[in-house]
Design a binder for this molecule. Structure first.
Ligand code: SF4
Length: 321
């Protein structure tokens, strides 16, 4: 099948739009959609100037999503004096997995001449995910520990580096899964938080108290197109899956969405457009009404609704084994 835009062979058919695109036109289309998302979300504040640039910290794991995001942001804003970008990599301590993806991060950051910092669970908390999985003191899935530790480091270091925004590589599939999980779990407050934390335009979002705002510029791009983009552009992305990947419920939702998308192309896009509107309304409803004033954790000083934050409680429990 030929590309709709030129005589070259198509490398993909997007059932949701009917488009057949060659490698070059697929990449152009991804670039265009990401830049439109950045504009529509007002990612770059109107107040940023060369004298007072915005600082963006990009969460760079070395996987295809964060590598593609970093590449497109560099192409778009690399020479823009109104933006300062840097990459932050978290090393979880997963043998044979993270070391290879860290290499991809270092290679990419060097090729873009971008500041790159790396922090590890081991240096910060004295734990490695491989050991946590083995001991499992809370009888939880590995990702439940890992997500708490990662969020803590991303937030804490973004703040330390003076970030105005924290950017992550979540794609359309990730976001549609999260949306469906929130709805199926009946967690309306979580829907509201999802909006203020990372959906919608910065013009409409309410600052999450004390947290650095997040942005997800790839959230319109299906996972498969992100992977093709990384492959076609020969970006140094690390593709292997984490050996502890274990979010069983998310996996079920992922399979359900694949099936729905196959039978009803465009399902992920329609979920997100309806969900975003719903999330904006629920955010409006719950703002300032969640009843939880944040304090500083007595042990590490990070923001928490209790006396001791979740991360410190998990570390205590791991160290007690
Ligand atoms: Fe951590 Fe789970 Fe991601 Fe592995 S898949 S890096 S355990 S969050």
């Amino acid at each position: 099948m030929e590309c709709d835009k030129c005589d070259n062979e198509a490398v993909m058919h997007a059932s949701y739009s009917g488009a057949h695109l060659c490698g070059t036109h697929l990449c152009l289309s991804v670039d265009k959609r990401v830049r439109r998302r950045i504009r529509e979300d007002s990612l770059l504040s109107a107040d940023s100037t060369p004298e007072n640039p915005e600082k963006w910290v990009i969460g760079l794991s070395g996987g295809k999503d964060s590598v593609v995001l970093t590449h497109i942001l560099d192409e778009t804003f690399g020479n823009d004096p109104r933006v300062e970008m840097m990459a932050l990599t978290i090393h979880e301590g997963i043998e044979g997995y993270r070391d290879a993806s860290v290499e991809a991060c270092v290679e990419l950051a060097e090729s873009l001449d971008m500041r790159h910092e790396m922090v590890s669970y081991e240096d910060e908390f004295g734990v490695r995910m491989d050991d946590v999985v083995e001991d499992d003191p809370e009888n939880m899935a590995p990702c439940a520990y890992c997500g708490v530790f990662r969020r803590d480091l991303l937030e804490g270091y973004a703040e330390e580096f003076g970030a105005d925004k924290l950017l992550t590589g979540h794609n359309l599939d990730d976001e549609a899964q999260t949306a469906l999980m929130n709805i199926l779990e009946g967690d309306i407050k979580q829907v509201a938080k999802h909006f203020d934390a990372s959906l919608g335009s910065f013009d409409d979002r309410h600052d999450q108290r004390d947290f650095i705002p997040r942005a997800k510029p790839l959230r319109d791009i299906p996972e498969k197109e992100v992977a093709l983009y990384a492959h076609i552009k020969e970006l140094p992305a690390h593709i292997t899956e984490c050996p502890h990947a274990s979010e069983a419920y998310r996996g079920e939702i992922q399979k359900l969405l694949w099936k729905l998308e196959e039978n009803h192309p465009g399902t992920r896009h329609s979920i997100m457009s309806g969900y975003e509107e719903l999330a904006a309304l629920t955010a409006e409803r719950y703002r300032g009404n969640d009843g939880a004033d944040l304090n500083e954790c007595e042990q590490c000083g990070s923001k928490t609704g209790s006396q001791i934050c979740r991360k410190c409680r998990l570390i205590e429990s791991i160290n007690a084994v």
